[in-house]
Structures are given as structure tokens and as C-alpha cells.
Write a protein of this length. Structure first.
Lengths: 213, 213
């Protein structure tokens, strides 16, 4: 086929581009993914029974804000990475800020604790399982996010894959907060971070293949 | 100016105006380039709104720019230039919804062309590591004619690999110029299935091209 014929093929009856399609696809993917995570969480782990009382504490909302802020930053970053020529810009800061804030809070808490209490604060009761629980809850969100990102055109598939993985795991972590009994920033700063970064690493690994176009 | 300064100036020009303008900045004809950017952009944006003539004009102008760009970038692979031009055209078409009118069009186009060029280098390197090194001599001797470049892969033939519900809408609407309604009547598909078929078919075509040896 000559290039002129291809141009004809592409331009004949070209349809108007629906500018809201990408946003709708992301909205659908994130909602369905979160719903899937919620179902897995309630079946496998169960909602914490003191959720009603703990939801009245500030620390619970601070804990929820941590993955939520990362999710917002990752969403903005991946939407920009999916557009050729656009730079991720300030969305990197939005992703980094929650990590830095929680690490800061963690240092503050550990600094105020007696030397013997520090390790138990970091390890909590569930450090062995926490990252893997987040990984499990990312199983529904991960393909959903990748399906949405595939509708864009990332020119750095590995990086886009990493951020897509982080978006998937941060949503999973928001859901996990409804179960997880750990209430110390010292715990979140390590085990939540590991739980969120594992799917990001997997995303970087598979992004090269899955997000090519 | 030293080469380093040149590079820096080029990067700075890229940031401000997008890469297409860069070459011309170096020649001191800024006006011409900004013309090209705004002319291309007007046509492209009208194409996004469904203006087929404007879109055809955009693709034709882009083809000329791409040929020049690629012939300069890969002078040693002249036979591949037209293939790559077609690949980039298809990629631009399939990614056209990722362009945001508030960003320079040339930056967006350059990012796509660059991505496809990198892809070409990667597959080329893979192929060459498997091939008989004698190929290089053969290529040298084969390169004697001044014929107008033609693509080696045939998009028309690749179309035959698509499933009917993608191929038929493309053939009727895009090659024969029938309307959505007529295509729907002929194929027995719904009108939205016809549109989806065209969209998915062109994406599948891009994937087929990428997998060619």
C-alpha cells in the first residue's frame, strides 16, 4: 500500500475524537478495580470490627490519606506519561510527598518512644503479612489500571508500567486500611511502602511488554 | 559555540517550541517553523473534530516532514524510511486522542516519531544479531536506484489478517468510502460496532506491523 493510500484510509470518514473517553475509561477501571479489591478484602480478611469507633479518630483518616495521596499523584503522573511529549512534572512531588510525610511522622514517633519500644512499633503485629496482603488486594486493581493505561500512548512503557503498578497498589492499600489494625506511622512507613512498591516493580517489569503500542 | 552549547541550545529550543522548530531555529528562520507548527495544528485540531479534508491535509504535510526527518536520521536504512513513515502515521492516528491542544503539536509528534524510531532500532539490532553479516554488503550494492521510495510491508495485505468485524468496516468505510449507515447495512453490524471495528482494526494493524520481521 502506498503512503498516499494509507493517508486516504486513515482520513476517509474520520470520526470526531471523543475527548472524555479516556477519563471515563479511567473512572470505570478504578471503580471496578477498587470494588474487586473490596470484595477480596471482605472475603479473605474481613473489615475490622472496631471500624465504627476507629473512624472517629484522626489517626485513621491520616492513615487513609497516605495511600489516597499517592493514588492521586500516581493517577496524574500516569495520565501524563501516557501522552507523548508530556512531562510528569509536579505529579512526582505529589507521589513523593506522602512517603516523606509518613517517614517524617515515623521518625517523630520513634524519637519519642523508649528504646525498647521502637522495634515493636515498626514491626507491629502483622509485618510478616502486610505487604503480601496489599499485593493480594492489588490483583483486581492491577489489570484494571493497565487496561485503562493501554488506552493512552506511553512512550516510556517501563516507567508508565511502574506508576500504573503504584496506582493499582495504592488503591488496594486504601481498601486494606479498612481491615488493617496497625495504627502507627512507624509501621506504615515500612510495610505499607513495601506493599505498594512491590506491584510498582512488577508494573515496571511487565510494562515494557504490556504497554507497547 | 561549542557542541555542548549547541546541544543545550537545542534542548532549550525543544522545550519552548518543540523539536520540529529546532532545525529551523538553527538556520535562523524561526518564522517558517512557527508557521509549520500553527498550520499543522490548525489542520490537526480540525481533524480531531471530524473534518476529513483537514485531517488528510495534516497527514500529507506530516508525511513530508517525516520523510525528511527519517532520511536524515537513518540515512543508512533508506529502504526502511517509507515503512517507518507509514508506521508513524498509523501510530499518530491511533494516539490522536492523547493530544491536548494546550501543548505544542510538534513536541507530541516528535515523541511519537522518536518512540517508533527507537522501536525500529531495537528490532533492527535483534535482527542483525541473528543475521549473516554478509547482508551488509548486499545492502550496500543494492542501494543504486533513485526510485521513489516505496514501503516494503503492504498494509493492504496486512488488512487480510484482521477478523471480519474489523476488516469489513475498514474496507467499506475507509477504502470504498461508504458511510457508517451503509457499512452497517452491508455487514449486518450495528453502527457503533462499525465504528468500534474501524478503531480496533487500525490498532490491530499497528500491532501487526510491529511484529513483522
Amino acid at each position: 500500500m502506498k503512503t498516499d493510500d494509507l493517508i486516504g484510509l486513515l482520513s476517509n470518514h474520520v470520526t470526531r475524537v471523543d475527548r472524555g473517553a479516556v477519563a471515563r475509561r479511567f473512572a470505570r477501571a478504578l471503580l471496578l478495580g477498587a470494588l474487586g479489591s473490596l470484595i477480596v478484602m471482605s472475603v479473605v480478611f474481613g473489615v475490622r470490627h472496631d471500624l465504627g469507633s476507629v473512624a472517629r479518630t484522626g489517626i485513621f483518616w491520616a492513615k487513609l490519606a497516605y495511600p489516597l495521596a499517592i493514588a492521586i499523584g500516581a493517577l496524574l503522573a500516569v495520565m501524563r506519561l501516557g501522552r507523548p511529549g508530556a512531562r510528569a512534572g509536579y505529579s512526582w512531588a505529589l507521589i513523593a510527598l506522602p512517603f516523606v510525610a509518613v517517614w517524617g511522622a515515623s521518625l517523630f514517633v520513634l524519637d519519642g518512644a523508649a528504646p525498647g519500644e521502637r522495634l515493636p512499633l515498626v514491626l507491629g503485629h502483622t509485618w510478616r503479612t502486610c505487604p503480601f496482603n496489599i499485593l493480594l488486594l492489588s490483583v483486581p486493581t492491577f489489570p484494571a489500571v493497565f487496561w485503562a493505561v493501554k488506552s493512552l500512548a506511553p512512550t516510556q512503557p517501563r516507567l508508565a508500567g511502574a506508576v500504573a503498578g503504584l496506582l493499582a497498589s495504592s488503591i488496594a492499600t486504601i481498601v486494606y486500611c479498612l481491615h488493617c489494625p496497625e495504627m502507627s506511622p512507624a509501621f506504615w512507613s515500612v510495610w505499607y511502602a513495601i506493599g505498594m512498591l512491590m506491584p510498582a516493580a512488577i508494573g515496571a517489569w511487565v510494562g515494557e511488554k504490556l504497554l507497547r503500542w | 559555540m561549542t557542541t555542548m552549547d549547541d546541544e543545550r541550545a537545542i534542548v532549550a529550543a525543544d522545550r519552548v517550541r518543540g523539536p520540529l522548530s529546532r532545525r529551523l531555529v538553527n538556520r535562523g528562520t524561526v518564522v517558517v517553523v512557527e508557521d509549520a507548527e500553527s498550520r499543522l495544528k490548525t489542520l490537526f485540531v480540525r481533524g480531531l473534530d471530524g473534518d476529513a479534508d483537514a485531517y488528510r491535509g495534516f497527514l500529507q504535510a506530516l508525511t513530508r516532514h517525516l520523510r525528511g526527518f527519517l532520511r536524515r536520521r537513518i540515512p543508512q536504512y533508506r529502504d526502511d524510511v517509507e515503512d517507518l513513515v507509514q508506521e508513524v502515521l498509523l501510530a499518530v492516528h491511533n494516539a490522536r486522542h492523547t493530544y491536548r491542544p494546550d501543548e505544542p503539536l510538534t513536541a507530541w509528534l516528535h515523541a511519537i516519531a522518536r518512540y517508533k524510531l527507537m522501536d525500529f532500532f531495537r528490532s533492527r539490532a535483534r535482527r542483525e544479531s541473528l543475521n549473516d553479516p554478509l547482508d551488509d554488503y548486499a545492502e550496500l550494492l543494492a542501494d543504486t536506484d533513485d526510485e521513489p521510495a516505496h514501503a516494503r510491508h503492504d498494509i493492504g495485505k496486512l488488512l487480510e489478517h484482521l477478523p471480519d468485524k474489523q476488516r469489513l468496516p475498514i474496507v467499506h468505510m475507509k477504502l470504498e468510502g461508504l458511510s457508517v449507515t451503509e457499512t452497517a447495512r452491508l455487514t449486518g453490524l450495528s453502527e457503533s460496532a462499525v465504528k468500534v471495528g474501524v478503531h480496533r482494526g487500525l490498532k490491530a494493524l499497528a500491532t501487526l506491523i510491529r511484529r513483522l520481521p
